[in-house]
Design a protein around this ligand. Structure first.
Ligand code: ZN
Length: 62
């Protein structure tokens, strides 16, 4: 399973982590996390806002 980068058109299976900041979402009007990820091929940045309520506690990834 991969997605295509809209900038370089290469297939992406993992994105590089850039930043995750807590914000008040302008879209949802609730506390949210602004997540910024980067294409591993061309360094195109992508962001999304995830409402805080969407986060589920989990075990550390090994
Ligand atoms: Zn790219």
């Amino acid at each position: 399973m991969s997605i295509k980068c809209t900038n370089c058109q290469k297939g992406i299976t993992t994105l590089k982590f850039s930043d995750a900041s807590v914000i008040t979402s302008g879209k949802y009007r609730v506390p949210a996390v602004l997540i910024t990820l980067v294409c591993p091929h061309c360094s195109q940045h992508y962001y999304t806002e995830v409402p805080a309520m969407e986060f589920i506690p989990c075990e550390a990834k090994k």
